[in-house]
Design a protein around this ligand. Sequence first.
Ligand code: AOF
Ligand code: ZN
Length: 362
Amino acid sequence: MNAADSQWMALALRLAEQGLYTTSPNPRVGCVLVKQHEVVGTGWHERAGEPHAEVHALRAAGKSAKGATAYVTLEPCSHHGRTPPCADALVAAGIKRVVAAMQDPNPQVAGQGIARLRAAGIGVECGLMEVAARELNIGFVSRMTRGIPWVRSKVAASLDGRTALANGSSKWITGEAARCDVQHWRARSCAVLTGIGTVLADDPQLNVREMPAARQPLRVVLDSELRISSQAEILRNGHALVYTACTVDAKLKALSARGAEVVTLAGLDGKVDLFAVMRDLARRGINEVLVEAGRELNGALLKAGLVDEMVLYLAPQLLGDAARGLAELGELTQLQQRVPLQWQDVRQVGSDLRIVAKISRE
Ligand code: AOF
Ligand code: ZN
């Protein structure tokens, strides 16, 4: 692989990014076809059920695809899903060489696409710009390899990590630009998850606003005792899912009548079983979850090891020790109990600071 290969793969990745808000449950994939140093076709996957990136690129190239090199951000598929195998389409079009960024973690593909191309005499290289390709499909990879979605927790806090005063006052800690920025995280997520505490205190909608949204994320509430009101904003316009530990039939029925799906998944402690929730969300094809919750649910998810990444908006203010922290972790008595993070990205958004950090897992 050479510098030109990297340049074409970078283009394929940019194309794949076009599907950031639309492809789920499918991965974001881009494809560039190059012959004699010239692009003869490009494509990206737009929506599940519609053609894959390779098919769009092959259609654009027509007869010029013969003898070309295909740069794809994910191993071409080998299975009949909603669409036929891309590996076969590449072979039929007379593609000479395929450069893929990463293997498809989908067990239905998992190397078989590459094997099929090689069996047809096509030269295949895999792994170019793999880190970026994995990052773009972090939720899809997580769902396929771990059976749970990638979980991102968004928190708006003061510089000293406080989210509300002791009496609960918290409206607008961060500024307009930060609130707008949050919309992008929501829009790329398949689900936005919160706890009943936040629903009762703020009655949020948790939908995508202030930007065009091709689809709204599924809104998910964890509500062990089913305290949610059937008039809650989050239940408006359907597309809401409530996980509870409650089995009282009348309550379940009242909510279902509002169009919400209610699922009872009780853990041994009488609360909603957080692992079971994540497994169930993955089963529903949820790749990325955005948690927008208070310190209680954030703490519970962190302690369960279910948070993968934090998106922190820090406002230039101090709220002091009596104010509420961003995650209820209980009292740590040993430093080994701390939650280690790795900075991914730091930037200023309006008047606030945005830090993206991943939870380190050694
Ligand atoms: C590719 N190119 O652009 C995408 C791929 O139901 P289907 O037919 O859409 O298949 C979905 C699966 O195909 C998905 O889980 C993943 O393994 C692969 N996605 N593959 O060659 C693409 N989006
Ligand atoms: Zn395909």
